[in-house]
Write a protein that binds this ligand. Sequence first.
Ligand code: ADP
Length: 205
Amino acid sequence: MTRMLIMGPPGSGKGTQASRIADKLGIVPISTGDIFRHNVKAMTPLGVEAKRYIDNGDFVPDDVTNRMVADRIAQPDAEHGFLLDGYPRTAGQVEALDAMLREAGQALSAVVELEVPDAELVERLLKRAEIEGRADDTQDVIQHRLDLYHRETEVVIENYVDRGIVARVDGTGQIDDVTERLLQAVYSVRAATGTLPVITPRTEA
Ligand code: ADP
């Protein structure tokens, strides 16, 4: 059973890699950014509430985000494992996730962090802006999201480093190569922490 997180700054390729890895591992990818964007598009109450934060590159308040994630990971398809993409990003979200998992008698088996230099991130995001036209991919908002990442989310990762479940992965280069590195990293963490699924040898009667 794999319950894991993928972390990394905006533009690091988290979303792309999350669906690839989740696919390989047979678990569901859960992207808080995607869920918010769906809700914004459908103009649900959650979307209306979240939109002003997202457009400015700010974090949606913890209570809203935490509730949304709690609902999502309680769905039947997440029972056999999940990969959270874009959550947790604040100390409060780490606490909330710990509480959710504790209550369900679950634990995280790995956290992978994608590393890409800031200059390349800005370049990638500006290019994406031309192609996808995401409202939050303007130069100012990009810079703000990067600052927030460095200020708030990087320290969040330290929490998991202390638990010995983090692997840092070079997020530059070919997409396929990054996927391979990530899968290898998940395997290494799980081997080192002893959470790889154990195959019990059949014993003769
Ligand atoms: P990026 O990593 O490029 O910022 P995402 O698609 O992951 O893109 O997130 C887009 C936006 O959605 C964020 O800027 C933020 O406003 C909101 N969001 C996503 N995840 C969270 C979260 N865990 N906590 C608060 N806000 C979030």
